[in-house]
Design a protein around this ligand. Structure first.
Ligand code: ADA
Ligand code: CA
Ligand code: CA
Length: 199
């Protein structure tokens, strides 16, 4: 029998498209107006190679909202400090969807609204120090929803708060953390369609 499913990802209708051949840097607020952005040139590989450039790179304090990331999505979105992603939708996640790449321990990366699908590996990748807060988010067809880096050159304690999310069954796991570095994840109001068992 088919597994229960959260249904198709409710991506808003795109208002135009824009090919991106070099990373768009965002300082302050950027409202995409639901334009679909997709990679080309050095952002157009569509592979799972590490170290691909992101489509958007957010400076400390930046907000990105109302954006659709189409395919190919390269390494998605990188935050270099505190940042906010509001209503960002990934139609076909590239190497991963969004990364807290750098910053300091007081930084907060807030992801509110939006959704992601077709993530061969991870959706949210936490490499820098600081805290990731993810809420009101939908995910389907993904490996790992949130991963704290296990092998980054610099390791820190990392924290995440994940609430009000709906997903289908991860092919890998919902979250992966390094308790040896002091990582924590707080989960609440999580709905997972399918088999919730773990091994
Ligand atoms: C993998 C890899 C890390 C880092 C991460 C990322 O988890 O093992 O070293 O590259 O991906 O940032 O995509
Ligand atoms: Ca990776
Ligand atoms: Ca990556």
């Amino acid at each position: 029998a088919d597994s229960p499913s959260p249904g198709p990802l409710p991506v808003p209708e795109a208002h135009g498209e824009q090919a991106v051949d070099s990373t768009i840097t965002v300082d302050g607020e950027f409202n995409g107006g639901f334009t679909r952005y997709y990679g080309e040139g050095e952002l157009g590989g569509g592979s799972q190679n590490e170290n691909q450039p992101p489509i958007f790179e957010l400076a400390d304090g930046a907000t990105l909202k109302n954006v659709i990331i189409g395919a190919p999505a390269s390494d998605g979105i990188h935050c270099l400090g505190s940042c906010t992603l509001k209503n960002v939708w990934w139609e076909d996640v590239g190497e991963d969807a969004a990364t807290l790449a750098a910053g300091d321990p007081s930084d907060l990366m807030v992801i509110k609204g939006g959704g992601a699908q077709a993530a061969t590996d991870k959706i949210f990748q936490h490499n820098g120090p600081g805290t990731m807060v993810i809420s009101d988010f939908r995910a389907r067809d993904f490996g790992t929803f949130y991963l704290s880096c296990g092998n980054c050159t610099e390791q820190y304690e990392r924290h995440a708060f994940i609430h009000d999310i709906t997903t289908d069954e991860p092919t890998e796991k919902l979250t992966g953390v390094n308790v040896n570095y002091g990582d924590t994840v707080a989960l609440s109001d999580i709905t997972i369609f399918g088999d919730p068992s773990t091994d």
